[in-house]
Each structure stands twice: as structure tokens, then as C-alpha cells.
Design a binder for this molecule. Structure first.
Ligand SMILES: [Zn+2]
Length: 260
């Protein structure tokens, strides 16, 4: 269980490597569910925690984020929130949202940030210092470009990179180790990266999650956010004989990772 000021977060492993999050406002019997990939882990956790889901927050339409939408809605009557872009393709969508600095859901102030790139309707939810970022930003990685351009994804990632460094990053997949292996190939001389790799290995050996991380840790060790570091960017661009601007380097890194 992860603590924030006005809520706690329960992290539920699902499918092969997904995380579903339950946001548990303090002094309440209800909860919000982020990206329910599967029904059973959510029902079990709700029973154990004596909570009733009021809202489902979807970051995007992919099945491993929305698979339990309809069943949970049928069982609990919860309202499903997602991007207006995904009106036709998020199962059971009740309320569409777009970029907004603050809206109230389940008694919590929620900021919605549009982050197109992985899909065109991808959004993330920021509640206090907890960022639920779906498949946009991962531990030491970022989502694949299924529907967006490198330019779009880069501007989405940059917006997340500007959040305060202690912001906790609750992404939707446990991909950290594989991402760190790639990071070590392109950013070999980064001591923060070697340290993170050691810690992540120790976590996974105990079958513990490496998530949440923080924006600060991602800035230091995530190769895609390292593009913001002038030395890293110049060095990488020179080594690969490409332009030194952020988008060229980001796009090259993303393509290199896709080819693995
Ligand atoms: Zn996805």
C-alpha cells in the first residue's frame, strides 16, 4: 500500500505484467480503479479492503487496460471515465474528459493531462503527487508509438518530465528490467543507471514491483528523458551521426528500442 495525503494506492498485478491501481480516499468506503485489465484481482481487493468502486479511470482504450470495464460496471454500477477521443472504443464509457487542470472525482482533485503518442486518445491522471500514466511513461522507458508521431510522444513525455521530481510514477506495466537493459546499452556511463539496475534486479528476485518510481529517478535514468540532458543528447547524436535536436534523438532511440 502506498501513502499519499488524502488517499492510499493499492497496486494489483494482473495478466502477465500489468498493474491495476486502486485509489483509496481516506475516510471513505469507495475507491477509484485505474485501468482494470482483469476483474478478479479488483473484486478480491475490494472485498478485502471493504471498498466499493465508484469510478474507473482509463488511460486509453487498449484491452489490457479496459478488459474488466463492463463486468465491474455491471457488478458495482461504477462510472467509467476516459478520453473524448476514445468515445467509440472504450467499453462502457460514461464520462469523457479532456485536458483539465482540476476536476473532482470521488472527493479527490484530479488533473487530466492529454498525452497522445502511444494512442491518439491517451490521457494521464495526476492526483496530488501521484501520476497514473498508463502506457506513456514506464520505469526507464516509454510506450510504443502505435497511433502518434515521435513529435507528439516527445511533447507528451516532456510535459510529464516537468512535473515535480518527487511525483510518483504509477505506470501500467512492469517493464523496468527490460527497459534498463536497453538503457544500459545507450547510456553506459551513467552511475545512477547502474544503481537503479542493481535495485530493480533485487526487487524482481523477490517478485516485488519496481513501480512506482519518481519523476526525479526517471529524469536520471530513463533513456527517453535523458534526451533532456545536453551532454547525453550530443553524445548520442554524435555516436549515431544524427541531428542533435531533441526530437531527432528521441525518435532514433524509440526506433532503436523497437528493433530489439
Ligand atoms: Zn497500450
Amino acid at each position: 500500500m502506498h501513502d499519499h495525503t488524502s488517499f492510499q494506492v493499492a497496486q494489483l498485478p494482473a495478466l502477465q505484467d500489468n498493474y491495476i491501481y486502486l485509489i483509496l480516499p481516506r475516510h471513505s468506503t469507495s475507491c477509484l480503479v485505474v485501468d482494470p485489465a482483469e476483474t478478479v484481482p479488483v473484486i478480491d481487493a475490494c472485498q478485502q479492503l471493504e471498498r466499493q468502486p465508484d469510478y474507473i479511470l482509463n488511460t486509453h482504450h487498449h484491452w489490457d487496460h479496459t478488459g474488466a470495464n463492463l463486468e465491474l460496471k455491471r457488478m458495482f454500477g461504477c462510472k467509467i471515465i476516459g478520453s473524448a477521443e476514445d468515445k467509440e472504443r472504450i467499453p462502457g464509457l460514461d464520462l469523457t474528459v479532456c485536458e483539465q487542470p482540476s476536476t473532482s472525482l470521488g472527493g479527490l482533485r484530479v488533473r487530466v493531462i492529454e498525452t497522445p503518442g502511444h494512442t491518439r486518445g491517451h490521457i494521464v491522471y495526476l492526483i496530488e503527487d501521484a501520476l497514473f500514466c498508463g502506457d506513456t511513461l514506464f520505469g526507464a522507458g516509454c510506450g510504443r508509438l502505435f497511433e502518434g508521431t515521435a513529435e507528439q510522444m516527445w511533447s507528451s513525455l516532456k510535459r510529464l518530465a516537468r512535473l515535480p521530481e518527487p511525483t510518483r510514477v504509477y505506470c501500467a506495466h512492469e517493464y523496468t528490467l527490460a527497459n534498463l537493459a536497453f538503457a544500459s546499452r545507450v547510456d553506459a556511463d551513467n552511475p545512477a543507471l547502474s544503481m537503479r539496475l542493481k535495485q530493480a534486479r533485487a526487487c524482481r528476485e523477490k517478485a516485488s514491483p519496481t513501480i512506482p518510481s519518481t519523476i526525479g529517478l526517471e529524469l536520471q535514468t530513463n533513456p527517453f528523458l535523458r534526451v533532456l540532458n545536453d551532454d547525453f543528447r550530443r553524445h548520442y547524436a554524435m555516436r549515431h551521426g544524427i541531428e542533435q535536436d531533441e526530437i531527432s534523438v528521441f525518435a532514433h532511440l524509440r526506433r532503436k528500442k523497437d528493433r530489439l
